[in-house]
Design a protein around this ligand. Structure first.
Ligand code: ZN
Length: 313
């Protein structure tokens, strides 16, 4: 239901407020709602949600998020697809309910500025927590067969060799699957990686084995082999996150930076560091660097080395 309140310029849809214009379109038989807004207004509904930790975020950290979210959106709009998904598929967008004065200031102070490389918007990937080092794009997402110079991975350690993102809830984490849970997880998620395999995953699985066969220099898994039901399944890049989902949750495995993978009679134990793909900017690290006095351009330069800030409009 859309409602218009005569005292407010905002529209309401299912209890949420949106600026601009709402368009209803049918795509493949389902109703899709598009919110048409200018880019700067769009950012007001993105920056507070994407950065999170608003209470710990200084103006410099908010400016960093404003500039990389603007860059991401502008790059997408410049490609064939001018519609941004309102979920993590692109960037989380939550309309006007999340507008926050501190984020609005950061958006206004960086109006039209983007991260550029070679005169074009850079690919400003970001994630929550790197665990101490970011990773090379082509190793994590093999569909990018050519490396990108500013997404090769950088250290995120301070002078005491402590990760800047040390205070993240997911700096270290562990997950456990019983053998029955592991079997069910593999039955549910292997078929999306290996279409047509469903029928072969019925009945007793036989012994299950998981071997890590490749890593980036900073420790992120890039090749893993799962043996079960008499088959070998090779997973490349960070796909292990899509298969080994924590039991009872649909979430991906927090990261592919795995420090322990052990199968025993009690099940599977996995420990790891960080949250997210580990590419580009580490958000918790950026917040910490800002709190310790780095300015927003220094932070962008650290995580995207060789790029520069450009006035796009
Ligand atoms: Zn980090």
């Amino acid at each position: 239901m859309v409602a218009k309140d005569s005292t407010s310029p905002l529209l309401r849809l299912n209890g949420r407020a949106y600026p601009g214009v709402l368009r209803f379109v049918t795509v493949a038989g389902t109703l899709q709602v598009e919110n048409q807004v200018d880019l700067e207004t769009y950012l007001r509904g993105v920056v507070p949600v994407e950065l999170g930790f608003l209470s710990r975020a200084t103006p410099a950290a908010l400016r960093v998020q404003a500039v990389i979210s603007r860059t991401y959106a502008l790059r997408k709009i410049a490609s064939a697809d001018s519609i941004l998904d309102s979920t993590i598929g692109d960037q989380v967008y939550a309309g006007a309910d999340v507008w926050a004065a501190a984020a609005d200031d950061a958006i206004r102070d960086t109006h039209g500025m983007i991260v550029a490389y070679d005169g074009r918007p850079a690919l400003t990937l970001f994630h929550s927590t790197c665990g101490g080092h970011t990773s090379p794009l082509d190793a994590i997402w093999p569909r990018y067969s050519r490396p990108i110079s500013y997404l090769q991975g950088v250290s995120d350690l301070d002078e005491t060799a402590t990760p800047y993102c040390f205070w993240s809830k997911y700096a270290h984490w562990r997950e456990h699957w019983s053998i029955a849970e592991l079997r069910a997880t593999l039955q549910q998620y292997l078929p999306s990686e290996f279409p047509g395999i469903d029928d072969q995953l019925r009945g007793p699985s036989g012994p299950i084995d998981i071997r890590i066969t490749g890593r980036t220099p900073d420790g992120r898994v890039t090749h893993a082999q799962i043996r079960a039901w008499g088959h070998e399944f090779d997973l490349h890049g960070e796909r292990i996150r899509w298969v080994l989902r924590p039991p009872g949750k649909s979430l991906l495995l927090r990261s592919s930076k795995l420090t322990r993978v052990e199968i025993g009679v009690d099940g599977l134990d996995v420990e790891g560091e960080g949250w997210g793909h580990g590419l580009g900017l580490c958000q918790v690290g950026a917040i910490e660097r800002a709190a310790r006095g780095s300015d927003w351009e220094q932070i962008l330069n650290h995580y995207y080395p060789g790029t520069y800030v450009m006035q796009a409009y």
